[in-house]
Every structure is written in C-alpha cells, then in structure tokens.
Ligand binder design. Structure first.
Ligand code: NAP
Length: 417
C-alpha cells in the first residue's frame, strides 16, 4: 500500500488491479475522485449521490464504490500549499487505483503549468480522450433531428500541436529554429513568428485507432472513421490516416473492411459482422455530422481536430452540460466532465451535473457494472423527458420546471428503476 501525505485511504474497500491485460474489479473498489474547482463541488456532490444510488439499486448492497478524495486545482493548493496544483501523490494515487473521476479544474495562471488536464493526460499517458455524443429526447437542440447523431469520438490526447512544444516569437529559440529551417532545409518562416511543433507518430496513431476499433467491436458499432486534414498536412495528418488504415489491417484483418474494398469487393454492402473503416477530411466531417449524421459511428482523430469536433458534436445534442468524457491509457481511466469550472456559477447549486453524471456512467461501464450505468442513463432520459431540468435546459424548453443542481440529482434518483 502506497503511503500518502494528505490522501486518506479508506479503511474498507479493495484496489482495482490489472491482470493479463484486463482490469479486475472487486465488489468494493476504492475509486479516487477530484472534486474540481468552481462548479466542481456542486456537480460532484450530485454525481456521487446518483452513482451510489444506482449501484445500490442495481446490486442490492452486494457492490459498493468506496470513494477516496484526492486533490488537484485550488483545493490542492489549500491542502498542500502554494503552487501545489497537481501534487505528485495525486498522480500516483490514480496509478495505484487505476480508475478515477474528476470535476473540472481551473487552469492556473503562472507557476509553469500549462493546463492541469493536459499535464494529467501526459503524466498518466492517457492517450485516448473518449467522448460519446448522443441525444436524450427532450433536450433542447439547435438541429432538426438531433437523434440522428450517435457517435463516439476517440481523440488522440498526447501528440499534435497539444504536445506543448512552442516557441514565443522573437525568443532566441524561435530565431534559431527559423534560421535552421531556412539554411538547412530551405523552408522559410517569416521572421518574428511564433512557432509550434506538430508531432504525430505511428506509435501514437496505432494505439488510438486500435482502441477505437476495439470499442467498435465491443459495442457492436459498424464503422470507424479516421478524421484528418491530410490533404494539406501530409506527413502528420495524412500519415495519421495511412497509419490508421495500416493498424486496422494489422490488428483486425478479419474484422474490418475498408471503404475502398467495400466497393471493389462487396458491391457497397458491408458484410455481416464487419466494421467499415473509412476516412474523411476534417473540414468535411463538420458538414457530415450535421448533414448525414447517421453515416458515422466511431470517429478517430488527431488531438486538435478532436477537440473542436467533440464540442461541435456536443452542441448538436444539447451542449456541454450533458457531454461526458473519459481519458484512457491502456488501463487507467480518468473520467471527467468535459466543460470547465464555470466560475460565475460556483457554489450556487445551479448548473447541470449531467456531464459528470454521464461520465460516471462511462466509468460504471468500464468497471463492467453496466446494469447500474444503464439505470442512470434511463433515469436521465426519463427526467429530461419530464422536463424537470437545470437552468441551461429550462431556458430553452417550453413548460420546463427549473430545478437546482442537487434537486436534479434527487430527481434522477427518484426516477431510477
Ligand atoms: P466553462 O467553464 O466550460 O463555461 C462556459 C459556459 O458553459 C458557462 O458559462 C455556461 O454557459 C456553460 N456551462 C459549463 N458547464 C456547464 C454546466 N455544467 N451546466 C450548464 N452550463 C454549463 O468554460 P470557461 O468559462 O471558458 O472556462 C472556465 C475555466 O475552466 C478556465 O479556467 C478553463 O481553463 C477551465 N476549463 C477546464 C476544463 C476541464 O477541467 N476539463 C475544461 C475546459 C475549461 P452559460 O453562461 O451560457 O450559462
């Protein structure tokens, strides 16, 4: 058992472990949580109430999550001291306990940390950001048929322009790089430019695409689309597409059909039990998810495209208040609300806890506790349909009953069957 300075390990509960490449989940797993900043405490309290109720109802006391608080963001500074936004033992605890959940975190200004979320992703090698986007009937949406969109986005989380390799304009490093590129490689960059580096590797692409196809197999989805801007950025985004197809053929030769083969060999009809691998240019996919959403199921994308696309898709089905997400490595899973800390609503018990609650559903599914996850999801559907909603939905719905964050959670528990 690891020794922590400030984290209090619960007296009961058992660790999740990894054996033979799979997580082994006891009936009383200890799961670390980070409450989060701003609206974090409100939505975390609501989430904990709903998840505990679902597990209790689904398994009648034979399973129970034992929560363990770990610290990041403003609360970590209070507990550990100045500049301690992300204490080492927080990262260690997630490694030790394998699965964790977190509220949103403020991006600290100064102190050398670019973003706590990006740092967590890098330190834990959480290489896949997974965001399911689907419609819950009754949710206010800006499109005519929001129910047609039901995608899961697998966004590469460690590479691309998010790798954090940037050089400020007019610094010595930026000037040296401009000089080197010009003299050695005859590539000219305007002097006084800031420079960002965009690395995309075969290794990073393969493991992301592999994970996306594994998910498609597990959940019976019919297609995986590689989203890229390879027509312009040939050796990064174009390579993502090529390596993605190669990975699909290498790891799943009997499971997949490429779009080219679909027409050459199968007359355009996907054989039973196969997964279609296709690719789309990034700008086109933003049109496609609006105009032909039913043609897409799993979208695998490099980091930056994925960031934009996840929020755009989330908007189509009702916005960030209800958009869940997870950051996954081979085994570690860090489940999180996809929105930020919405500081103007902090402590008001006002906002929609849906994003974190549905991230909790993803976590329950990852634990293999699907019955409890389905209970929460069905209750969410019932509650939204009954028009008992938080302010963000209420302001767009006719005849809605506006409730506080905590009341919405109680309503979910009440509607749980
Ligand atoms: P934000 O916190 O996501 O809030 C932007 C707006 O989105 C809110 O004003 C609110 O809209 C709506 N919103 C967000 N969460 C909601 C919820 N649960 N229910 C209902 N509406 C919700 O974005 P931000 O203001 O740009 O960022 C604030 C801080 O969060 C920054 O420090 C940023 O770095 C950080 N951040 C953290 C994460 C993360 O931890 N994963 C992600 C993004 C940003 P209305 O005003 O229209 O009601």
């Amino acid at each position: 058992m690891a020794k922590y300075k400030k984290i209090k390990v619960p007296k009961t509960g058992t660790k999740i472990t990894v054996e033979k490449d799979k997580i082994v989940v006891p009936d009383d797993p200890i799961i670390p949580f980070i409450e989060g900043d701003g609206i974090g405490p409100d939505i975390w309290k609501a989430t904990q109430m709903v998840l505990d109720a679902a597990v209790e109802k689904a398994y009648k006391g034979t399973k129970k999550i034992i929560w363990m608080e770990i610290f990041a963001g403003d609360k970590a500074v209070k507990v550990y001291g100045k500049n301690q936004w992300l204490p080492k033992e927080t990262v260690q605890a997630i490694k030790d306990y394998v699965v964790a959940i977190k509220g949103p975190l403020t991006t600290p200004i100064g102190g050398g940390i670019r973003s706590l979320n990006v740092t967590l992703r890098q330190k834990l090698d959480l290489f896949a950001c997974v965001r399911p986007v689907k419609y819950y009937p009754g949710t206010p949406s800006p499109v005519k048929r929001p129910q047609d969109l039901n995608v899961v986005i697998f966004r590469e989380n460690t590479e691309d322009v998010y790798a954090g390799i940037e050089f400020k304009a007019n610094t010595k490093a930026a000037k040296e790089l401009i000089e080197l590129l010009s003299t050695k490689y005859k590539k000219h960059i305007r002097s006084g430019s800031g420079i960002g580096i965009k690395p995309i590797s075969k290794f990073g692409t393969e493991r992301l695409v592999k994970k996306a196809i594994e998910y498609a197999i597990e959940y019976g989805r019919k297609s995986v689309t590689l989203v890229h801007k390879g027509n312009i950025m040939k050796f990064t985004e174009g390579a993502f597409k090529d390596w993605g197809y190669q990975a699909a053929k290498k790891y799943f030769p009997n499971k997949i059909v490429t779009e080219a083969d679909l027409w050459d060999k199968y007359d355009g009809k996907l054989p039973e039990g196969k997964i279609l691998i296709k690719d789309r240019i990034a700008d086109s996919i933003f049109q496609q998810v609006l105009l032909r959403p039913t043609e897409y199921e799993i979208l695998a994308t490099p980091n930056l495209n994925g960031d934009f696309l996840s929020d755009a898709c989330a908007a189509q089905v009702g916005g960030l208040g209800i958009a869940p997400g997870s950051n996954m490595s081979y085994h570690y899973g860090l489940f999180e609300a996809t929105h930020g800390t919405a500081p103007k609503y902090a402590g008001m018990d006002k906002v929609n806890p849906g994003s974190l609650i549905l991230s909790g559903v993803m976590m329950l599914e990852y634990l293999g506790w699907k019955k409890a996850g389905t209970m929460v999801e069905n209750s969410m559907k019932r509650t939204i349909k009954s028009k008992v909603v938080t302010y963000d939905f209420a302001r767009q719905m006719k005849g809605a009953k506006k409730v506080k964050c905590s009341q919405f959670a109680k309503e979910l528990v009440k509607n749980m069957k």
